[in-house]
Design a protein around this ligand. Sequence first.
Ligand code: NAD
Ligand code: TYD
Length: 360
Amino acid sequence: MNLKPYLITGGAGFIGSNFIHHALDVRSDWRIVNLDALTYSGNPANLTGLPPECADRHRLVQGDIRDPELLQRLFRENRFSGVIHFAAESHVDRSILGPDLFLETNVMGTFRLLEAAKAFWAAEGKPEDFRFIHISTDEVYGSLGPDGLFTEQTPYDPSSPYSASKAGSDHLVKAYFRTYDLPVVVTNCSNNYGPYQFPEKLIPLMILNILEEKPLPVYGDGKNVRDWLYVRDHCEALMAALDKGVPGETYNIGGNEERRNIDIIHLLCETMDARLDRSGAAAGKRLIRFVADRPGHDRRYAIDASKIRETLDWRPRHGFEEALEATVDWYLSHMDWVNAVRTGLYRKWMKDNYDDRVEK
Ligand code: NAD
Ligand code: TYD
């Protein structure tokens, strides 16, 4: 069979690896080149256990999206049908402590990738079915008050170096459509959760701290709201954007599952208590600590996903409570994976980010 080659960047990270599992499963005619620099959050172990017929169609290339020669060689050798771009520095707290890398990877890296894709696409005679899918975040829109939703028309108003760097990359991608006609599609998604998420983000961090009976650091008053989406639903939305998305368009993706941080933490405590048979003085909620807020902390994110629902016929298939339980069970049954990612560098991060956050 003639396999269709796709370049996936950042495919050893959380969402990218889930997407590769999904794509190899549902697209038997795909061959994937996974370009990943294997930073602290990139982990080849996220892609082990693929069935042999899938593993043969996936190749991990350790390399940087900021490397033009490498990109040029990969395009020349593989003649990709499309690019699905996940690679990024992705954690807000890290962007506050060290923004440089966010600008370099998210803005300059995306620029280098666009240049390589444009050069290849132009040399091939500008094939109409080529696609550049840029995976972005709802955080580019800034913070909402108690009412309203982010639509594709909401003006960009990013608060953190992370979201500002993602906003910059979104603008570049759209400029390559307007200026050069490169067939790009931009997606802006809400907070994801599920297997393989690096345990610096809210949900896996809380699961593991409850397990180890460590403090649960709640930023500010814990009433910040996020709209949560199970990662597999995000992967299906990205497939719909690739198959049916209109070049030059943006699609907001969300789960319509708004939750306050503190409510999620309570739910995780209860779920973990049930799994670990803890109650009374041993119950997880005793570990909750309200700590200094994140600077520039957005109050509320909420997505209006009606465009992707109505025009691409996508909707999430997992409810929050059920998929959160499945996520807890995934972490509890993958302690080898957990222990392997919690290297010395992870311990240093926990010290840098949390040691100075005095309890309030
Ligand atoms: P992640 O940090 O788990 O994965 C990022 C991956 O990119 C890692 O494998 C890392 O090694 C790789 N990478 C980093 N710099 C690179 C470089 N210079 N060259 C090549 N590879 C590099 O992040 P994630 O949560 O999987 O996020 C993936 C994408 O989705 C990001 O673009 C992020 O902005 C976006 N996004 C994430 C969420 C979320 O809730 N996690 C929500 C919406 C959008
Ligand atoms: P996070 O998982 O970092 O995602 P994002 O900042 O991209 O939304 O954080 C989700 C929410 O949880 C956010 O409001 C910050 C909060 N949070 C805490 O209260 N404590 C923590 O230790 C972390 C990591 C996050």
